[in-house]
Design a protein around this ligand. Structure first.
Ligand code: CAA
Length: 260
């Protein structure tokens, strides 16, 4: 299926999704969110895709937020639909059964920062800048920012950055746990691919169960999370891949995982 605002590139089990509206710094309008939702649903049905990378087109911006020009003319009901659409798409990304890596190539503001936070791992160019500028527009972050930012950097700091709208450099973002790695700008995609390849070389069922255990456990009290981990562990333990992984270790060879 062809898309207007998204470029898809699939190679060796890695699907790269590029948000492609460079004239508006890849701002997310309704069409783009709908396209993203379709792509995410297709990925769930495609057994070949092992890891997903999300990035933005051009040198300057990952995603500069929701599309302000589109938002300006919406009434309150349309505004609610807009926030619900973005929240749903980002939750589908967060819950996708494959790991999703954000390759943040520039501005990740508002909905862009929220998109990156919905991904499992965030790798950023040294030039990337993060922030939640919404209160400067008279709204609050509406694609999960008030919820995911405090979970990543703590309640106090999240409020500081949401209230002041101060931008966060890549180095600061790394130091506060908002992102996981900073790399030279020209090497962002190459470095992200290396991380994707490393994940692909591991047991896919184990990676999937680890993702579920972390994601779902974070929404539970510790005892419930520990119990959930035991179930996810048991699922990985019942896989053929567990026999293969342990045999490969003992036989000093590379494991050949089959996702079974
Ligand atoms: N929506 C629509 N258009 C946008 C946009 C956005 N979020 N961000 C940038 N653009 C457009 C600009 O209007 C401009 O268009 P023209 O060339 O037609 O004037 C073009 O992209 C280039 O932008 P700038 O000229 O502003 O580029 P700059 O280098 O001077 O500044 C920037 C870059 C700091 C990212 C600045 O563009 C900016 O502040 N953008 C808005 C960021 C923002 O407020 N994002 C939050 C949106 S609200 C949101 O996301 C709500 C939510 O949580 C659901």
């Amino acid at each position: 299926m062809g898309y207007k605002n998204i470029i898809l590139d699939e190679k060796d089990g890695i699907l790269t999704i590029t948000i492609n509206r460079p004239k508006v710094l890849n701002a997310l309008n309704t069409d783009t969110l709908n396209e993203l939702e379709n792509v995410v649903r297709d990925i769930e049905r495609d057994k070949e895709i092992m890891v997903v990378i999300i990035t933005g087109s051009g040198e300057k911006s990952f995603v500069a937020g929701a599309d302000i020009a589109e938002m300006k003319s919406l009434n309150i009901h349309e505004g609610r639909n807009m926030t619900r659409l973005g929240q749903c798409v980002f939750q589908e990304i967060e819950n996708l059964s494959r790991p999703v890596i954000a390759a943040v190539n520039g501005y990740a503001l508002g909905g862009g920062c929220e998109l990156a936070m919905a991904c499992d791992i965030r790798i950023a160019s040294e030039k990337a800048k993060f922030g939640q500028p919404e209160v400067g527009l008279g709204i609050i972050p509406g694609y999960g920012g008030t919820q995911r930012l405090p979970r990543l950097i703590g309640k106090g700091r999240a409020k500081y950055y949401i209230f002041t709208t101060d931008m966060i450099t890549a180095e600061e973002a790394f130091n506060m746990g908002l992102i996981d790695k900073v790399v030279p700008h020209g090497k962002l995609y190459e470095e992200t691919l290396k991380i994707a390849e490393k994940i692909i070389s591991k047991g896919p069922i184990a990676v999937r169960m680890a993702k579920y255990a972390v994601n779902n456990g974070m929404n539970m009290d510790l005892a419930s999370g520990i119990a959930y981990e035991a179930e996810a562990y048991t699922t990985s333990f019942g896989s053929e891949d567990r026999i293969e992984g342990m045999s490969a270790f003992l036989e000093k060879r590379k494991a050949d995982f089959k996702d079974e």
